[in-house]
Design a protein around this ligand. Structure first.
Ligand SMILES: Cc1cc2nc3c(=O)[nH]c(=O)nc-3n(C[C@H](O)[C@H](O)[C@H](O)COP(=O)(O)O)c2cc1C
Length: 248
């Protein structure tokens, strides 16, 4: 199985929880003999779709832009059997980097309008990979991913074969959570292997990935004292980590 794993987090590996879990997923996929290429979108130039419809009319299937998306990423995406969309949750949806990527896949469909399950849709121009989404968020409830999930399900329907969402992802990497973090990473690795072997993630594995680790009251207490300490010291979370500054 050929997999393209798109990491949309703007943060680097010391900080990014998306990258932390994506690494586990990819490890699991490779253990099941998938051929996985990881691409950090932050290191690529992807221009916005400008809505010119050149890719639907003058040059069917080919975007008017000449950038990393048209020359490298889109051809690789179409050749893949599976694409992983890995994004931090931003404002309850996919972040701008991933949304920009998704919009630039417009040449994958034709302009014609068809009816699909009673709704308007565009037919695929050719092959299209299956999709797996992976996301992390700061807040503790699993329901914070509902809007993103319903958006991706609306776009991809049955082609969205897996959704891996980890709330309280920042808490997961705090001191005291080492064991639970290791278990979650191991479960995400297991999910990667299951996706390659069975095209789905088992309920048991999903349960481990989404296990509750902190309630709202505890997060409020701990998180607010942490942010106050950063504000008082005039440091970003990354600088606070480097200097060992923590809440009370
Ligand atoms: C612009 C922005 C918007 C965010 N929006 C949400 C949100 O809607 N819900 C939430 O729980 N966390 C939100 N977060 C927190 C991130 O999802 C969280 O810090 C996550 O771990 C970031 O992923 P990364 O470490 O891979 O960059 C937001 C963070 C930023 C910077």
């Amino acid at each position: 199985m050929k997999v393209i794993a798109l990491n949309a987090s703007p943060r680097g590996k010391d900080q990014s929880k998306t990258e932390l879990l994506l690494n586990s997923l990819v490890e699991g996929m490779r253990s099941a003999h998938a051929d996985v290429e990881v691409i950090n979108l932050r290191s690529r130039k992807i221009r916005y779709c400008i809505g010119c419809y050149t890719c639907w009319t003058k040059t069917p299937g080919i975007c008017v832009h000449k950038d990393d998306m048209s020359t490298e990423l889109f051809p690789k995406f179409l050749e893949s059997d599976l694409a992983v969309y890995a994004t931090p949750l931003y404002h309850f949806g996919v972040n701008a980097q991933l949304k920009t990527f998704i919009e630039r896949t417009l040449p994958a469909v034709e302009p014609f309008i068809i009816e699909h399950k009673g709704k308007a849709a565009h037919p695929l121009r050719g092959r299209h990979p299956l999709i797996v989404s992976l996301s992390v968020a700061g807040f503790p409830e699993s329901s914070i991913f509902d809007l993103m999930s319903s958006h991706l399900r609306y776009i991809y329907g049955k082609a969205l074969i897996g959704e891996i969402y980890r709330p309280a992802a920042e808490t997961m990497t705090q001191p005291g959570f080492e064991q639970v973090r290791a278990d979650i990473c191991d479960a995400v690795k297991q999910a990667g292997a299951e996706l390659v072997k069975t095209f789905t993630v088992s309920d048991e594995t999903m349960k481990r990935i989404t296990q509750p680790i902190v309630d709202l009251e505890t997060m409020r207490e701990y998180g607010n004292s942490m942010w106050q300490a950063y504000i008082d010291a005039g440091v970003t979370p990354q600088e606070a980590m480097e200097r060992g500054i923590r809440g009370t």
